[in-house]
Design a protein around this ligand. Structure first.
Ligand code: CP
Ligand code: NVA
Length: 308
């Protein structure tokens, strides 16, 4: 049976702004308690199943630690150690797993695959990264920006590099949180405008051929690997195509004085960002990574218990 009433978080704009703001406010409470070693066991007896069809460090550890810290349990499945690698249909996998657990986090390839899983799931499903989107990461990034600079509304975020899952999620977030996005990518890697609702995004997006121009007077500069998971066969070509899209100290110097640098990690120093920038004083990448833990605890709590 297909349950149309379950709320999934498969892309950033699956949730309305007031739900996202609730989750961000709740994250602050949960993080403050964590820092004071206070327990927060609101998901006692709940079980999270994680399905990884791609590699992960941060997503795995943050979801797993987060669920245990809230009193629940976690089951980790990869494509290698489940029947997924032996062609069990995704809809059958969803039907079975969702009869046994309370919530599912899935990392996979095409967005259509997680959507199919969600369609046949009896429980909420969270996107832990697909080729198209990475909503949990952007939730952590926005929490981190607000934590450091109070509000992101009206600010300008610059994206340098590949037009990937991170960028398309930033785009959805810009429209919801009302900030501006400057994007600079090499020729041949332009945003696929046919893939986005241009009417919705046109006031929030500016495209630049020159990455240095895209960094002028902005509040946050962010980038990501040149070759995302699943695109490894293009790696050598991409190293050549993206060589002028490395975030350098010179690029950072064009931005506002209080600019921050973010990267979802894993990073390749000397490719998409210099060591000087990622390890420098404007970089908040370690807080950004840690905040995955806190926002996802708030997210799972919201999806299972609603607003408390
Ligand atoms: N940023 C992120 O999702 O990292 P992992 O691939 O290590 O989970
Ligand atoms: N764009 C990267 C993000 C990794 C967290 C990828 O999809 O591999």
């Amino acid at each position: 049976m297909i349950n149309k009433h379950i709320r999934h978080f498969l892309k950033f704009d699956d949730f309305k702004l007031d739900d996202l703001i609730y989750i961000l406010n709740r994250t602050k409470i949960i993080k403050d308690k964590f820092k004071k070693y206070e327990t927060h066991m609101t998901l006692h007896d709940r079980t999270l199943a994680m399905i990884f069809e791609k590699a992960s460090t941060r997503t795995r550890v943050s979801f797993e630690a987060g669920m245990y810290q809230m009193g629940g349990s976690v089951i980790n499945l990869t494509s290698h150690d489940s029947q997924l690698s032996r062609s069990e249909p995704i809809e059958d996998t969803a039907r079975v797993i969702s009869r046994m657990v309370d919530i599912v986090m899935m990392r996979t390839f095409d967005q259509s695959r997680i959507e199919k899983f969600a369609k046949y799931s009896r429980v909420p499903v969270i996107n832990g990264l697909t080729n198209e989107f990475h909503p949990c990461q952007i939730l952590a990034d926005i929490f981190t920006y607000i934590e450091k600079r109070e509000s992101i509304k009206g600010k300008t975020v610059t994206w340098i590099g590949d037009t990937n899952n991170m960028l398309y999620t930033w785009l959805q977030a810009a429209e919801l949180f009302d900030f501006y996005l400057n994007v600079s990518s090499p020729i041949g890697y332009n945003i696929n405008l046919s893939q986005i609702d241009q009417k919705r995004f046109k006031n929030h997006l500016k495209i630049f051929n020159n990455p240095k121009e895209a960094c002028k007077n902005v509040d946050l500069i962010t980038t990501d690997v040149w070759t995302s998971m699943g695109y490894e066969s293009e790696k050598d070509k991409r190293i050549n195509d993206f060589k002028d899209w490395c975030v350098t100290s010179e690029m950072m110097s064009y931005a506002n004085n209080d600019v921050l640098f973010m990267h979802c990690l894993p990073a390749h120093r000397g490719e998409e960002v210099t060591a000087e920038v990622i390890d420098g004083s404007k970089s908040v990448v370690w807080d950004e990574a840690e905040n995955r833990l806190h926002v996802q605890k708030a997210l799972m709590e919201f999806m299972l218990l609603g607003k408390l």
